[in-house]
Structure formats: structure tokens, C-alpha cells
Design a protein around this ligand. Structure first.
Ligand code: SF4
Length: 247
């Protein structure tokens, strides 16, 4: 499936990334990275989303060689804020027309987003993950050119998953260091129904805050945290034996 996924993206003009969960925990990560390297010839088109677990620094050589783009998020600094994905827009915005207006402008869909899982190809990474989580009907066949679909062809996937997702609507974001998820009451019941281990451990908060107008922090907020960010990046870069923390 991994080979098929990579091969289907050879002509894709953008970046082809490996994302998890945590890709480095996969027992065949090294082989997968080499396969990606062989099939997608330009390093700038290869990406990795990882927390760079400290026990996996043995992968540093492969990561430095194969990936031209590295996205870090190890949940150790409060400057990383997470959008509450599990707060369903259909529960927060009862007016359907308004809900779809938000969804049509979803920042996730506009910024990256198409994704492949063992169940097929999806227009959106979050829809793909939800289909896995809630045992949905599966995605499109993974075949050359699947990614050429235009938004008006996303219909069934969009109708099924976007109303259960909170990415497109203005909600209060949570620092990743909190290590809990905000969940809307309906999604909480669904997660209880599938025996979510995180819900069973009580690592959640039921979201009752409603829509929030300050969901995107002011750019000045980021500027005031530059020192903390630089220290964070340096710490992670050190795991990869990289000299320049900003690169
Ligand atoms: S599933 Fe969520 S993240 Fe994906 S396009 Fe729909 S609202 Fe946006």
C-alpha cells in the first residue's frame, strides 16, 4: 500500500510527506524513507511529520539525507496551539448554511491536506483519520492521478466527515502541553462507543465554550515567544545533529 501510495504521487507537483501517528515508530520506517527517496527524486518534495522521539535518534542520518522538509511537534512547549479537531462543527453551529460556509473556507483544506491511509485516498488528512477512527466506508482507489479531483468532486467525503470535525470553525485553541483533547458531547459519545483509550483514561475536556473570536493568536503573541521557540527548535535539532536550529 505504501509503494502504491508513493507511486500514485510521482507526478504530483507538491510535497509528498509521511505523517502518522509517529512515522518513526513504524518498524519499516528506514525502508519506507529509502523508497520515497528513490521514487520522488527531489529532496525538496519530500516531507516528514514527526515528534522525533529521543529513542529514535538512530534515524537521524536517514532523516537528514532523505527529507527536505521536517515538521516538528513534540508537545513540550506551550507555544504550539492545537485546533480542537474533535469538536464537531455540526454541534457548535446548528445553522447548516453557516456551518458549510465555514467548512468551505477550511484552512486545513486550503493549506495541505490530501492524504492516503490503508483505506484509500482522501481529499483531507483529517477526513482520512476520521474514516480510520470511526470505521467509515473507505476512500478513493489509490491510482495515478487520484489527487487531480477538484473540490466539487469531494462531495461524499466532505458531507460525511466535515460536520464531525472542528478545524474549520473558530474555536479556542489549546496548548499541546496540556495533553488532553477538547471533545464535543456528540463526538464524545461516539468515542466512548468505540472504546477510545484516551477517553477511557479521562484525558479529555467536554467543550462548552462555543465559538471563539480570538482563535488565531495575534502575530505579536508569536513574536513575544520567539526565544522559547528558538530554544525548542534548537533542542529538537540537536537530536538530528543539525547545526542550524532555524533550518
Ligand atoms: S474534515 Fe475537517 S479539516 Fe478536513 S476539510 Fe473538513 S472541516 Fe476541514
Amino acid at each position: 500500500m505504501f509503494q502504491k501510495a508513493v507511486d500514485s504521487l510521482i507526478d504530483f507537483p507538491g510535497m509528498v510527506g509521511i505523517i502518522g501517528g509517529e512515522p518513526l515508530l513504524h518498524p519499516e520506517f528506514e525502508w519506507m524513507a529509502r523508497y520515497l527517496e528513490a521514487r520522488i527524486p527531489n529532496k525538496d518534495r519530500r516531507g516528514l511529520w514527526s515528534t522525533l522521539p529521543e529513542k529514535k535518534t538512530t534515524c537521524a542520518g536517514t532523516i537528514n539525507r532523505v527529507f527536505g522538509n521536517l515538521y516538528l511537534n513534540d508537545h513540550t512547549v506551550d507555544t504550539v496551539l492545537h485546533q480542537p479537531i474533535l469538536v464537531a462543527s455540526q454541534e457548535m453551529v446548528p445553522a447548516r448554511e453557516e456551518m458549510w460556509k465555514y467548512i468551505d473556507k477550511c484552512w486545513v483544506q486550503s493549506m495541505w491536506s490530501a492524504s492516503i491511509t490503508p483505506k484509500g485516498a482522501y481529499f483531507c488528512e483529517v477526513a482520512a483519520a476520521m474514516d480510520m477512527l470511526f470505521d467509515g466506508p473507505g476512500g478513493w482507489p489509490v491510482e495515478p492521478g487520484w489527487w487531480k479531483r477538484a473540490p466539487d468532486e469531494f462531495g461524499d467525503q466532505k458531507k460525511l466527515w466535515c460536520p464531525n470535525c472542528g478545524c474549520a470553525i473558530p474555536l479556542k485553541r489549546r496548548p499541546s502541553v496540556d495533553k488532553i483533547d477538547d471533545i464535543s458531547p456528540g463526538n464524545l459519545e461516539r468515542l466512548k462507543g468505540i472504546g477510545s483509550p484516551k477517553v477511557q483514561r479521562g484525558l479529555y475536556s467536554v467543550y462548552h465554550k462555543g465559538l471563539s473570536q480570538d482563535w488565531r493568536p495575534d502575530p505579536n503573541w508569536y513574536m513575544s515567544h520567539v526565544e522559547k521557540e528558538t530554544e525548542y527548535r534548537g533542542r529538537i535539532a540537536a537530536r538530528l545533529h543539525m547545526g542550524d536550529a532555524g533550518s
